[in-house]
Design a protein around this ligand. Sequence first.
Ligand code: PHE
Length: 453
Amino acid sequence: MDKRETFGSRFAVIMAMAGSAIGLGNIWRFPYVVGENGGSAFIIIYLISTLLLSLPIFLSEAVIGRKTGKGTFGAMEQLAPGTRWKWLGLLTVVSPLIILSFYSVVGGWSVEYLLKSLTGSVSTGDAADSSAAFGRFISSVRAPLLCHTLFLGFCAVIVTAGVKKGIERFSTVTMPVLFVLILLIMTYSLFLPGSGAGVTWMLKPDFSKLTASGVASAMGQSFFSLSLGVGTILTYSSYVRKDESLMASALGTAAFDLLFALIAGFAVMPAVFAAGIEPAAGPGLVFETLPYIFASMGSAAPVLSAVVSLLFFLAILVAAVSSAISMLEVGVAYLVDEKGFTRGKAVAVLFAGCWILGTFCSLSFGPLAEFKIFGETFFSFCDKLTSNFLMAFGGLLFTFFVGWRMDREQVRRELTSDGKDRFGTLCFKTVWFLIRYVAPAAIIVIFLTNLFL
Ligand code: PHE
């Protein structure tokens, strides 16, 4: 068997993992949930959740992935052969593919808006018109499906090229560019007259707004944002060299992810407030409100606003692609490692499966809008199933597996790179405690809150 590919450097590891982490969740959810749940009060809870909950799950996945050098299913088979843990392996092959199916539809929307920005037809400068145009677009059949196909196809090409030549190369080039883009957009946004209210919305601490469900959404957001519980971090870690520090990679990724989310917040919310619009979350924010803002603010400087609009949708597209390839890679690793597929064939099969599921998701905004599963359209069913349940469930089982099923010494050796990683050695005891007790308990709380609140 060929030697398994590895990422070439720590920079590459962090860029690939940050690529997976930084995505639509940072751009359209983070700014909104922060504002809704008490500004900087929420950010503090978010930080605590990242340290106490997300990082231990991240490290649990990283330990399993790097120790075995396998994808989710193979890793479980190797560490717990012939047991029911293989179901966790299988579940985490399937859940990122479900995420990919609906993510690719939204990725497709950003392709459309990028093209519209190129032709200067992103908005007429009227709020109602922008919303109506978006509604017409997503409920139509052909255009969104074409964009979904282009988006998924683009991801397939990158993943086919391999871990080093595809994923690593794409992430190391685009992630730094993405940072520059979002910084530029933030600067533009902060200079708009009236932008201060958006900064206040993001930062003003209001502990009274921080309810139990606010705390649960901080945990859930940190969780989604770091791509946890679905085997992406596990799979990427299986490509990390043995002498690399897992602890440093985890902290680096979490820091980039948070920094990006904050900058994205300052890029988006000040513009929203400058335009005097009530902020919303989700597609409404990115595809209805912002195009209108770019167009209306742009009357004084139309070229500048066209450029900003172009850069903004380019940023969304890049962020979405770098996350989507990590979801695809989980399935590819499974088919290549366990079923002996070539990379190309694995990608082709998964492309077909996700394309079909994604097509249902896309049509659920139009012709299939009345088709409901548990009262949800196909798109929102896939979204809720994965974001609210499968991710938390996978995360819980990964921490449980590492904390209670694996041997402490085995985990210590992996987390400290056989004692060579000084920083890892310093943190090990705390991390072990978090993995065994704190993270599983916190996930159960999120679970119950999602179920009952
Ligand atoms: N972290 C990504 C985002 O913020 C989403 C994601 C979830 C990526 C699961 C991979 C796996 O958009």
